[in-house]
Design a protein around this ligand. Structure first.
Ligand SMILES: [Zn+2]
Length: 223
């Protein structure tokens, strides 16, 4: 996988897909696996649907810069609001990376990652993607999904809180293909990506802590 594909700077290797009147960009094998999983869940009155798939570098940078400048709410690992002014630069980076990836370092750049919900329960615009929502509103989905995933080509890289990215049961990853991206996403790629990111807030502190951030938030997944 080349640098631009690894870091969300291009999407011409991916395809577009329309669902519930929304456009998504996604890897073709991931779409096929998603449709198979969707049809296996249908008999349980579940309409497996996408919250998001591919996200571009620029889209991720917008989220990052809004959080890094205090324009978007910051949440602790346990979901409480954090006071922006109380944080050092590194603490701010850690708080953002618990819930949002660095631009150029999101698995969603690869097209092999999807965030899912059950559109039989609510519309996408009402989905909050929280653990509480998974356990209550989407209980039916997660009960059956846990079974179906055993025979699926998907797995969950964020199924456990390992002190890096928080637990995200809704995030599914296409096993073999995302492993190729993961293996190619080296520390060198991580550092080059930050160096080549223009107008990235906290850039210097990210570079000073590159080894630690790479280990804690990129490499540290549930295998
Ligand atoms: Zn996700």
């Amino acid at each position: 996988m080349n640098f631009d594909e690894l870091t969300g700077r291009v999407s011409n290797h991916l395809i577009s897909y329309q669902e519930n009147e929304q456009q998504f960009i996604i890897d073709k094998d991931t779409l096929k696996a998603f449709k198979e999983l969707k049809s296996r869940l249908k008999p349980f009155d579940i309409n497996l649907s996408l919250v998001s798939s591919y996200r571009s570098f620029e889209a991720q940078k917008k989220i990052w810069n809004e959080k890094a400048t205090g324009k978007r709410k910051l949440l602790s690992r346990t979901g409480e609001t954090i006071n922006y002014d109380s944080l050092s630069d590194l603490e701010l980076i850690e708080a953002i990376m618990t819930w949002s990836a660095l631009p150029g370092a999101s698995r969603h750049h690869w097209g092999t990652e999807i965030d899912i919900f059950d559109s039989n329960i609510k519309e996408k615009s009402f989905v909050s993607l929280t653990i509480d929502e998974c356990e209550n509103d989407f209980k039916n989905l997660y009960t059956h999904l846990n079974q179906e995933l055993l025979n699926s080509t998907f797995y969950r890289p964020y199924s456990k809180d390992l002190g890096g990215v928080s637990r995200e049961p809704w995030h599914l990853s296409l096993k073999n293909k995302s492993d190729q991206y993961f293996n190619d996403y080296s520390l060198d790629v991580f550092i080059k990506n930050i160096q080549e990111s223009n107008e990235l807030v906290l850039k210097e502190t990210i570079l000073e802590n590159a080894n630690y951030l790479f280990d804690q938030y990129i490499q540290n997944i549930t295998k």
